[in-house]
Design a protein around this ligand. Structure first.
Ligand SMILES: [Zn+2]
Length: 451
């Protein structure tokens, strides 16, 4: 995610998920018989268990009726007959499996389902209604969705814990006449819950070009946005070539690119909804924002953070990559402008009231919004840490380390410490002290080079 005024907007716009009270299914799923006449074990009572990993989420959404079906593949369990999901903004209509209905409860936004024990993964189907939400907390009035960091339960039953990745299938129907809904039909490797999105509007598709490795780049823009779409993506093929060469081939299929999302007149930024990342209409013409969101395919999406405390692994790394790509593709003078802008952002963040720690210790204790970890400290201290690292070990050692880290963790959750470990083994440099100085200190190191 890239932030401008969005940071403040999101920061102020936090609304506690409204509990829908307590709902319970009426169908108690008494013992049934299979079609062959063999008795089927009655479904177990619903119980809470967020530990069942979501392996696959298949969503079929009807915008005309605001209804959807989620087909969810859960990790098997021989000990638990419970499965829990965040569903704070949903009205659950039924939960079932192939053999028949399952028992469930929805209490204070938590959907608990009784799932029979199984060695193999269990597939359950959830029919539900969803609704429009406040800005940046689900489906928005202007037709695009955004559920980062933990609002997925306003759009589909989910685990917002970034450690729990899922693949996605998505089908959206019921688009109003004359409009188009742009979305990926699938995300084929495990992704964080916040990655999936769609956008509905009067879109025009712009072909941008194809990377060395064969990724077709396209932009979707809204009426009047053609010039900005062209301007913002003029160097996007070169930028993607830079990432694909430095890191690895694009991880989310054969077609990718930005969608202009109407976030209103003041929210300047983008969101890493790969393969079709969203950029606010007012930022579509900004190649820096495009470079930033594009880089999230590798960091933040392709490798997701294991804990919100590891947020700097996403935004710090991506801010650094943005500056590298812009320097490489648009020239040293433009790169200097990026770093000068970063210096201003860092200074402003250091003068602010939020914590100056970019990489808090622990896992699962920090609320990324309420504790203000979502802010420029993580973005900018992260970017400057990598610059200090580059100054110490050189690109020729840093770049292969980033590549090795990506290839090892693609489709997985990782800690920032895992990246430091790779640096040690691949580049032969222990960055622990430098990371502590930049990311775990309240101050900014006076030295611009790692010790
Ligand atoms: Zn970002």
């Amino acid at each position: 995610m890239q932030i401008g005024r969005l940071a403040r907007h999101v920061g102020m716009g936090i609304v506690i998920l409204t509990a829908l009270g307590c709902a319970q299914n009426e169908n108690q799923g008494e013992s049934a018989s299979s079609s062959s006449g063999t008795p089927v074990e009655p479904p177990p009572e619903p119980s809470a268990d967020f530990g069942r990993n979501i392996q696959k989420t298949g969503l079929t959404v009807d915008l005309a009726t605001m209804t959807a079906t989620a087909v969810i593949d859960l990790a098997g369990s021989l000990t638990s007959t419970g499965a829990s999901f965040e569903a704070g903004g949903l009205e659950i209509e039924s939960v079932s499996r192939a053999e028949g209905p399952l028992k469930w409860t929805l209490t204070q936004g938590q959907l608990d389902v009784g799932v029979p024990k199984s060695l193999e993964s269990a597939q359950i189907t959830i029919d539900y209604k969803f609704k429009e939400q406040a800005q940046f907390e689900g489906l928005m009035a202007k037709g695009s969705t955004l559920v980062w960091p933990y609002f997925c339960g306003n759009l589909f039953p989910c685990h917002s814990d970034p450690a729990d990745g899922t693949t996605f299938d998505l089908t959206v129907t019921g688009t109003p006449a004359g409009m188009m809904t742009v979305y990926p039909s699938a995300i084929g490797i495990d992704a964080p819950s916040y990655q999936i999105a769609w956008a509905t509007g009067s879109y025009t598709k712009l072909d941008i070009g194809t990377t060395f490795q064969g990724t077709r780049l396209v932009a979707h823009y809204l009426p009047g946005g053609g010039t900005d779409a062209q301007k913002g993506t003029e160097k996007l093929v070169d930028i993607m070539n830079f990432y694909e060469t430095m890191l690895a081939g694009y991880p989310f299929g054969g077609e990718a690119g930005p969608i202009a999302a109407d976030w209103g007149p003041t929210a300047y930024g983008g969101m890493e909804h790969h393969p079709y990342w969203h950029v606010s209409t007012i930022a579509m013409g900004d190649p820096w924002i495009q470079a930033h969101e594009a880089a999230h395919a590798w960091f933040g999406d392709g490798v997701r953070v294991a804990c919100w405390e590891d947020f700097v692994l996403s935004e710090g790394t991506v801010s650094y990559l943005e500056a590298r790509a812009i320097t490489e593709v648009m020239g040293a003078a433009e790169g200097t402008k990026v770093w000068s802008h970063y210096q201003t952002r860092l200074n402003t963040a250091m003068a602010g009231s939020a914590s100056k720690i970019a990489w808090p210790e622990g896992c699962g204790a920090v609320d990324i919004l309420k504790d203000n970890l979502f802010g420029d400290i993580a973005y900018m201290k992260g970017a400057f840490f990598f610059r200090a690292l580059e100054a110490k070990i050189g690109k020729q050692k840093l770049d292969p380390s980033l590549k090795a880290f990506f290839l090892k963790n693609k489709g997985k959750a990782a800690h920032f410490q895992d990246l430091l470990d790779i640096l040690k083994s691949v580049a032969g440099y222990d960055a622990a002290a430098c990371a502590a100085a930049w990311l775990r200190s309240e101050t900014v190191p006076s030295e611009q080079v790692c010790p």
